[in-house]
Design a protein around this ligand. Structure first.
Ligand code: SF4
Length: 357
């Protein structure tokens, strides 16, 4: 099948023969090389997928994938009971990528990449370890099974875990045997999730021509409106007298990461939320600032913020001291003021900087 649209990049998958994979497996892991090969050999041409009634369900499911990503930062399970449904599910991945490419909005792309990768992570939890290792190989994760665990060379580990900021992922906190980092199957699946997220973010948007834009016109316009509304809902409001210029480097860094949509560890979010609250922001303002995070979930974030700021728990938590920040690896970009002997707390920094100004 030849067409003008580029299908998802097929990665090398030396250890697996695609004909051994059932259609249901291909639909579950549509980014695999085998799934791409299957569509090339058996699937519709792009113009058929775009226009024919027979593929209407694939287009609808594709839009649903994007909508779920936008609303919940996750993609839900759909009906896989028949071969037709499995094929439609597989094709819906293509349709979703086309829609995201047509909308061409980095907020949506990040959100979609996160949702697809989260879904794969959850699915991998139910697979056999050998299969998980093989999926890892698709992303270049060179790993081997070792009894119940999976091991990978520490240099590879460093490369693939760099996007995960939680303290427990730091190399010093890992079990290492003769240069190999030992991971549970779940942890290894988390590394694959990160790789898939990065891969989708780097691939999208794909180039789309007028014909494609036209065929998906109404879907694209609906998703565009939803994306805009979602972004507008959480536009940072004015911060009044609060001056970000006076924030210590650690907090500026964490805030920047949140707003760039990078993953911020639990301890980082806690420190930032308590700090923002201490300098006078209310829960709504904090929520606004966090809304551009790639995994932003309004309901969950609101609950966490309201808990930390005391609205739900009745306890107003205070920001951690510099020493604790260091322990968690979130004392970042220390400057001259940070190096003063008396500097023990990010709030001290904020007040000192304010006086100086
Ligand atoms: S020394 Fe304190 S205020 Fe400065 S960056 Fe580190 S944690 Fe933040």
């Amino acid at each position: 099948m030849e067409h003008g649209f580029k299908f998802p990049i097929g990665l090398k998958y030396e250890n697996y023969i695609y004909c051994l994979m059932s259609l249901s497996m291909l639909a579950s892991y549509p980014f695999l090389h085998e799934a791409v090969e299957y569509i090339k050999k058996n699937g519709p041409a792009l113009d058929e997928l775009m226009n024919e009634k027979a593929y209407g369900r694939a287009r609808t499911l594709g839009k649903m994938r994007v909508k779920e990503a936008l609303e919940y930062a996750e993609i839900r399970e759909h009906d896989f009971s028949t071969e037709t449904n499995q094929l439609m599910e597989l094709l819906s991945y293509i349709a979703a990528r086309i829609i995201v490419s047509c909308v061409n909005d980095s907020f949506l792309t990040r959100r979609y990449a996160l949702a697809e990768s989260k879904r794969m992570y959850l699915r991998l939890q139910n697979e056999k370890p050998d299969f998980v290792v093989m999926v890892g190989k698709e992303f270049g994760l060179d790993a081997e099974r070792e009894e119940e665990n999976i091991k990978m060379h520490f240099t590879d580990y460093l490369r693939y875990s760099s996007g995960i900021k939680n303290i427990e992922w730091k190399l010093v906190n890992r079990k290492i045997k003769k240069g190999y980092v030992v991971l549970t199957e779940k942890e290894f699946a988390r590394l694959i999730q990160e790789s898939l997220r990065k891969m989708i973010e780097s691939e999208l948007p794909l180039p789309v021509n007028d014909e494609i834009l036209n065929a998906f016109k109404s879907d694209v316009s609906e998703i565009k409106n939803m994306t805009d509304a979602r972004k507008k809902m959480f536009m940072p409001k004015k911060l009044g007298k609060i001056s970000i210029m006076n924030f210590p480097p650690c907090m500026r860094h964490l805030l920047g990461m949140m707003q760039e949509g990078e993953n911020v560890s639990h301890s980082g979010r806690f420190a930032l939320t308590t700090f923002l609250h201490a300098v006078g922001m209310d829960a709504e303002q904090i929520l606004s600032l966090f809304s551009s995070a790639s995994d932003f979930d309004e309901h969950k974030s609101r609950y966490q913020i309201e808990h930390i700021t005391g609205k739900i728990s009745g306890t107003e938590y205070t920001p951690p001291e510099c020493a604790t920040m260091r322990t968690y690896g979130i004392c970042i970009n220390e400057d001259e003021l940070c190096r003063k002997e008396w500097m023990t707390h990010p709030l001290k920094y904020y007040r000192a900087k304010g006086k100086k100004r």
